[in-house]
Ligand binder design. Structure first.
Ligand SMILES: Cc1cc2nc3c(=O)[nH]c(=O)nc-3n(C[C@H](O)[C@H](O)[C@H](O)COP(=O)(O)O)c2cc1C
Ligand code: SF4
Ligand code: SF4
Length: 277
C-alpha cells in the first residue's frame, strides 16, 4: 500500500477525493485495507508526498500526441498476417511488457500473466494444436446429429456455411502450415486463473490492445488471434508447453513481428452508428 508522509502534506485533499476506495484518512495519513493499490493518490499528490510501496515517484513527461496524430496513427494499424523472417529483439519485447503496468484492469486486480512464445518450434506447436482443436470443433458442430439438432434449436446458426468453412480450412492447411500464427516470430499469450466471475477476458483484450498500439509505435505489427483463445480458453491440457500454469486459461493472444506488407490508404470502413441519448 502507498505511504503518506504528512511532513509535506498541505491538506489539499486531492488524494482523498480521487481515491476510488475511500481509503484515505488524511488527518492521520492512514490508508485502510479497502485500498485497491491503484496508485491514484501517488499520481495526484501535488507535493509528491505519497510514496509507492515499491519503486519511486516518477513525474509524468510531457508528450506531443495530438488528437489528429492519434487518428492517423490508429488509421494505419492493420491486423498483420504477413511477417518478415526477423526476430523481435528481447529488449523490445521486454519494453512492450513493462509498459503494461499502465493498463487498467477490473478492480485493479491485475491477475494476468504473460507468456511470450518465440521459438519457431513452439510457435508451430501452438499453431498446430489450435488448428487441430478448431477442426475437432467444426467436425463436431457440423456432424449429421449435432448439426441436425443445432438446425432445430438454433436455426440462425448456418451449418452449411460452417461446413464449407471447415472444408476450405482443411484445403488451405495442405498448402500453408501456419494458418493460425502466420509465421509470426512471437506470440504473446495473456493468461490467468480460470474464473467465471472475474473479468480476465476484458483485462486481457485491453492489455493486448495497449501492447498492439505500443508495438505499432515501434514499427511492429500485431494480430489478435481469437482462434487460440477459443482453442485454449476452456482447457489447460497444453499449458505446460507454453510455460502456463495448469489452472490458468488463455484470455487473449497476439502475434507480434515486423510486417512484410505496407498500407497506403485507410481501409475505408464505416464508423459505428451512435445515438446521443
Ligand atoms: C478479439 C479478436 C480476435 C481476432 N481473432 C483473429 C484470428 O483468430 N485470426 C485472424 O487472422 N484475425 C483475427 N482477428 C483480426 C480481425 O479479423 C481484424 O481485426 C478485422 O478483420 C479488421 O481488420 P484490421 O484489424 O486490419 O482493421 C481478431 C481480432 C479481434 C479484435
Ligand atoms: S492506491 Fe488507490 S485505492 Fe489505495 S489509497 Fe491510493 S488512491 Fe486509494
Ligand atoms: S494530495 Fe498530497 S498534499 Fe494533498 S492531501 Fe493528499 S497527501 Fe496531502
Amino acid at each position: 500500500m502507498p505511504v503518506i508522509d504528512l511532513t509535506n502534506c498541505t491538506g489539499c485533499l486531492k488524494c482523498v477525493k480521487d481515491c476510488p476506495a475511500s481509503a484515505i484518512t488524511i488527518a492521520t495519513g492512514a490508508i485502510a485495507d479497502t485500498c485497491i493499490h491503484c496508485g491514484h493518490c501517488i499520481a495526484i499528490c501535488p507535493e509528491a508526498t505519497v510514496f509507492p510501496d515499491k519503486g519511486e515517484i516518477v513525474p509524468l513527461h510531457p508528450h506531443s500526441v495530438t488528437p489528429e496524430d492519434f487518428i492517423w496513427f490508429s488509421a494505419g494499424i492493420r491486423s498483420c498476417r504477413s511477417y518478415l523472417a526477423k526476430e523481435v529483439p528481447d529488449e523490445i519485447l521486454m519494453q512492450l511488457i513493462t509498459n503494461l503496468k499502465h493498463c487498467p484492469s477490473a478492480s485493479n486486480a491485475r491477475p494476468l500473466q504473460i507468456s511470450i512464445v518465440r521459438t519457431p518450434e513452439k510457435i508451430q506447436l501452438l499453431n498446430n494444436l489450435t488448428e487441430e482443436s478448431l477442426i475437432r470443433l467444426f467436425s463436431f458442430i457440423t456432424s449429421p446429429v449435432i448439426g441436425g439438432l443445432i438446425g432445430l434449436f438454433v436455426p440462425k446458426m448456418n451449418i452449411a456455411k460452417l461446413r464449407s468453412y471447415k472444408e476450405s480450412f482443411l484445403a488451405k492447411r495442405k498448402v500453408n502450415n501456419s494458418l493460425i500464427c502466420h509465421h509470426a516470430p512471437a506470440v504473446i499469450l495473456f493468461h490467468g486463473p480460470e474464473s467465471r466471475t472475474g473479468m480476465l477476458e476484458a483485462d486481457a483484450n485491453i492489455w493486448a490492445t495497449y501492447l498492439s498500439l505500443h508495438a505499432a509505435s515501434l514499427g511492429l505489427a500485431t494480430c489478435f488471434i481469437g482462434f487460440i483463445v477459443k482453442a485454449f480458453g476452456k482447457t489447460g491440457k497444453h499449458n505446460h508447453h507454453f510455460g502456463i500454469p495448469a489452472n490458468n486459461r488463455i484470455y487473449a493472444a497476439l502475434l507480434v513481428g515486423y510486417p512484410k506488407v505496407k498500407y497506403k490508404q485507410e481501409c475505408s470502413r464505416e464508423s459505428p452508428d451512435f445515438e446521443l441519448v
